[in-house]
Design a protein around this ligand. Structure first.
Ligand code: ZN
Length: 131
């Protein structure tokens, strides 16, 4: 008698994240939470986007540091004002990125990812324009 096909021994379970039913192999054990493929893909997209935001945050932070040291050595009031404005605007962008990161981490909905990507593009543009 042939061995029973593994793929046929399945169980239907409910995804703890999205509630959609999905199939698992019986006795299948994955590390961590057992979630459906859609949720796994969503997690990957979230991570990718979050990593890009974190990467940008590092650049923004070092820009702010740079402006601060320029402000410290600036002689004229006009130049001081210039760097002060840059620090203020860049800090706003940094704050937005922190909020965005929080939103990305908290979402469990695919439809927001595109929206977050657009926000991120907008944020990067604002940052570049202020450079
Ligand atoms: Zn799911």
């Amino acid at each position: 008698m042939p061995e029973p096909n593994d793929k046929l021994i399945v169980a239907l379970v409910e995804c703890p994240r999205c509630g959609n039913p999905f199939m698992i192999k019986k006795g299948q054990k994955r590390s961590g939470e057992l979630i459906c493929d859609n949720c796994i893909k969503l997690e990957q997209r979230k991570k990718q986007l979050a990593d890009s935001v974190i990467e940008s945050q590092k650049k923004i932070e070092s820009s702010i540091k740079g402006y601060k040291s320029s402000l410290r050595v600036a002689k004229s009031q006009q130049t001081k004002q210039l760097y002060f404005d840059k620090i203020k605007k860049t800090s706003t962008v940094l704050n937005k990125s922190v909020e965005l990161l929080k939103k990305i981490e908290e979402t469990n909905d695919e439809k927001y990812i595109e929206q977050f990507k657009k926000l991120f593009e907008k944020m990067k543009k604002e940052y570049a324009e202020n450079k």
